[in-house]
Design a protein around this ligand. Sequence first.
Ligand code: FAQ
Length: 351
Amino acid sequence: MLHQELARRRDPMWRWERPLLREISMYAQGLNQSDPAAVTASPEAARFQARIDAEDKIEPNDWMPEAYRRTLIRQISQHAHSEIIGMLPEGNWITRAPSLRRKAALLAKVQDEGGHGLYLYAAAETLGVTREDLVDQLLAGKAKYSSIFNYPTLTWADIGAIGWLVDGAAIMNQIPLCRCSFGPYARAMIRVCKEESFHQRQGYEIMLTLCRGTAEQKAMAQDALDRWWWPCLMMFGPPDAASQHSDTSMMWKIKRFTNDGLRQKFIDATVPQGHYLGLSFPDPALRLNPESGHWEHGPIDWEEFRRVVAGGGFCAADRLDARRRAHDEGTWVREAAAAFAAKRTARKEAA
Ligand code: FAQ
């Protein structure tokens, strides 16, 4: 750890990053209300960090700094909300899928997303929160979910673009999460990633079919790529210099790569796929740097990202209304399940 820290201080970026690090450490201490010093100073914290450095998995009953617990609750619950809200843009197209085969695949995909949300809420619950509280925070508009799900799905090609690009971005972000230091999150991610891989392929296959179809169908695919490309790049989060949580999350091996690092991996993997489809990317600055082997991109509109994350996305109000309606309409199901569980417990106690 020490030699890494010294190498970092020799880096010219260090001076520039210092205010950011101060902010991060204030943030971490702010979260660790029960014992601020425990983040770095206590023997438990040192043992905890040694376990992380040794690639041990942290399990729910193990000692952990309060800030680690809260960081995980924040990330896992935002991830769970993203899956549940993420069902809506595609759910919107189930009744209009162009064939029985497409409808069956889309239904299965949207159901998988519901399942991912449930694994993730369950993983968050192992950290001492309840699913009910997390869902209440979402419905009250207090919890974040991924910015990408605030964009509308205007045509069938958007379903192809979501599978190819949104699931493609999700996989790029989630494969490293299979090695996250927190056991329940890492294990949930293994199954989620297998399913996301099917989602990505079904999306790419829709794009391929449209691109091999009529000129009108290809134009629809191009229009979808034009609208989804930049928002997908924003899914990876703010640039590294503005990412509040990356340094601590990487120290704790919750995150394995920075936001910009994953964004670049996604661009490098996706651009050749788009070219194979015969499509162009809505970025005049996109070019392959022959020396680095990476695709360089133009500036991302971070103002748009901030606006969408702050609740100003085009579909933000619709998305929350749809979830609130579904929650209200599901009240009787929750009540029936609770009554059944109470009856079963009473029967067991009586026996
Ligand atoms: N949207 O300091 P950082 C999917 C927030 S699942 C909204 O860099 P961090 C499957 C961030 O929360 C997609 N907010 O934060 C699917 C923080 O705010 P806070 C979801 C964002 O946590 C496919 C602040 O900005 N995936 O797509 C976004 O270290 C198709 C500062 O940012 C996950 O959640 C954003 N894009 O890194 C479903 C994966 N980016 O909490 C249906 C797990 C950042 O301080 C259909 N999460 N923010 O108020 C992660 O890997 C991380 O949380 C990042 C952000 C990388 C998203």
